[in-house]
Design a protein around this ligand. Sequence first.
Ligand code: PFF
Length: 449
Amino acid sequence: MAANRGQFGSRLGFIFAAAGSAVGLGNIWGFPTQAASNGGAAFLLVYLILAFALAYPVLMAELILGRYTHGNSVAALSGIARGPVTKVIGTGTGLLGILVASMILSFYGIVAGWMLGYTLSYPLDVVGASSAADWLTGFTMPRNLILMGVFMLMTIAIIMGGVKEGIERWSSRLMPTLIITLIALAAYVLTLEGAMTGLRVYLIPDFSKIFSSQLILSALGSAFFSLSLGVGTMLVYGSYISDKEHLPSIGAQVALIDVGIAVLAGFLILPVMYVAAERGVEIFSASGALLSEDTLILTVLPELFATMGTVGVALATAFFSLMTIAALTSSISILEVPVAFIVERFDWSRKKAAVVAGGLIASMSGAIILDFENLFGAVIALSTRYGQPLLGLLLCVFVGWVWQRNTLLAELKKNDPHVAEGLFWRIWPVYVRFVCPVIIAIIFYRSLV
Ligand code: PFF
């Protein structure tokens, strides 16, 4: 099996790919406004602590397990089992991860399709094709289906190329573009009237808001979604890392980039909202909260861009391209989870597996679009509120309790012979055994009641 497996060609290539998976719609769509409505810099602080104290250990669990087994998520989890019962649980957890990953991609592909539509609509409007532009941004069933289909085809095409020629090549092209666009947009927006008010809302800490347990739980939930944890994406990417790499440090770099981009997105989104307010655009909901998520991206921002003439067209095109890129580097990582499993388990060619798995997931998206009202929110809640924390919990139990400590240590020693003496090894196993499962169980319980 190992002979025809792909491998990342360089450390940087892996970091771009894994950070590309982590940095997605979640970072730009949700994080900044969540921070603004929940104590600004105080929320940021809680988010940073949780990301490094809880999400990072789970990320490491996935990367180490993937690298050790050099196999897909089902093979990895059943491979470390010590008896028939844990083997069945391991296989079940891997398969559940594939199901949840497919559900995440089925709604992600729809939203990414909208981003693609908005990206194309602005230049089309400039060249006079305004009815095409209107079609691309109007909420209709054919438009939702076609744009989702196009986005899924892009995802499938990259995955068909393989680990190095597909995932690594495209992540290494797209991630620098994303980072440069984000910095350029934020720098420009900060020069506009109203931007400083937004910056104050974002950066002045209000510590009275951070001690609510609801807030801490939601910050943890976003940290998990944001780092793509639980469903096996990071495990599968980890399985393509060379044995020469020092995992704890490259895992830390991925987490830092993800958090860094979320923080950077705050420097764009909050100022942009207050620039919009300055120009008469409504940025608060009836209850007085800042508008967020779909209303923010699909209503507030287009209204703002419309007040800016030609500059608005350029900004809008750059912004929605940024969103599309962020979505694409995440969607490929999700599709890789079922594809790696099918290729290795059934010995299919990668191309065939990508087309079949991608096609099946696209038909799930199609079903959601046909019954949007009932299915869209339900699939998001089921996969991200319940699925991801539950899988994260199972993963920690597996790595912390089922996997033999000596094998785990041997894996880490491959490129750091002194790992057992370092801080990482002293803290991390305790975290994965006790702290992470307990905290995730609390989140899970809270999301049920
Ligand atoms: N991390 C992505 C985001 O922040 O948008 C979403 C995501 C990707 C979730 C991959 C889960 C996953 F497996």
